[in-house]
Write a protein that binds this ligand. Structure first.
Ligand SMILES: [Zn+2]
Length: 256
């Protein structure tokens, strides 16, 4: 399976927040690079035309006013696009990108996010008429308000279904995801807003590594049933550096 990564994502100087913390991605990439079943691919930054499908000119300019932030946020969005293009070719792909994106709306952002990576990547595929629908599984601890604001209730014919599971027990959580996926139809691609802050040893104290494997496996199973296995996932939250690598790897073992 493919892993999107760029050395510049290690740069922690773009912000002072837990997502930008020094060392947050190092452990993930150590685990990835030790395993030959992962192939690392390197993205280019998203161009303005790509970003403007999801954001206003005003928001783009706000981010551009901070050159380092713009460099890294557009490179994260470019990583998302690369993952989407691979996913569309039925190559399961996980993007280890930073900054995350699911709290970025068209004209504003918060929660350590700047550009909405998922939306930028899906809207590029939609603009190229490759897809007309998508399913987003957002298993981050926090609801991806940016994903919802940009991708639902649209004026065009792009249809996106988003699940932010809310069950409070781990068994119920997996059940909820499974029963939602069972009822999906006419979906052209699956994408995960893959935050790991719901982990048992992270902020949310809920999901075990094997639960992440099951979430990945469900993404694989239902994308294979509905859309030729087209699927990709983008890193969002996850803040305990000592367990984040294991959780990412566990998800990928089910997802691949
Ligand atoms: Zn989160």
């Amino acid at each position: 399976m493919k892993i999107v990564f760029h050395e510049k994502y290690y740069n922690s100087e773009y912000a002072w927040d837990p997502a930008a913390a020094i060392g947050r991605l190092d452990g993930i990439m150590n685990v990835i690079s030790e395993n030959k079943e992962y192939e690392i691919i390197t993205p280019n930054p998203a161009i303005e035309e790509d970003i403007l499908r999801a954001h206003t000119k005003r928001h783009l300019q706000n981010i551009k006013n901070n050159p380092l932030l713009y460099e890294l946020a557009s490179l994260a969005a470019g990583g998302a696009i690369m993952a989407a293009e691979e996913g569309f070719k039925s190559n399961p792909t996980f993007a280890v990108i930073r900054p995350p994106g699911h709290h970025a709306s068209a004209d504003s952002c918060w929660g350590f996010c700047y550009f909405n990576n998922i939306s930028i990547s899906l809207l590029k595929l939609y603009s190229e008429r490759k897809i007309k629908s998508a399913f987003v599984l957002d298993f981050d601890l926090h609801t991806g308000d940016g994903n919802i604001n940009i991708l639902t209730n649209r004026n065009d014919d792009f249809r996106v279904k988003i699940l932010n599971p809310y069950s409070s027990g781990r068994t119920g959580y997996i059940k909820e995801v499974k029963s939602y996926m069972k009822n999906l139809e006419n979906i052209d691609i699956f994408v995960a807003s893959a935050g790991f802050d719901q982990g048992i040893d992270d902020w949310g104290h809920l999901l075990h590594p094997e639960d992440y494997t099951e979430l990945g496996r469900l993404m694989r199973e239902y994308s294979e049933k509905l859309c030729k296995g087209r699927r990709y996932a983008l890193l969002e939250g996850g803040y305990n550096h000592s367990v984040l690598p294991k959780n990412v790897d566990s998800f990928c073992q089910g997802f691949k």
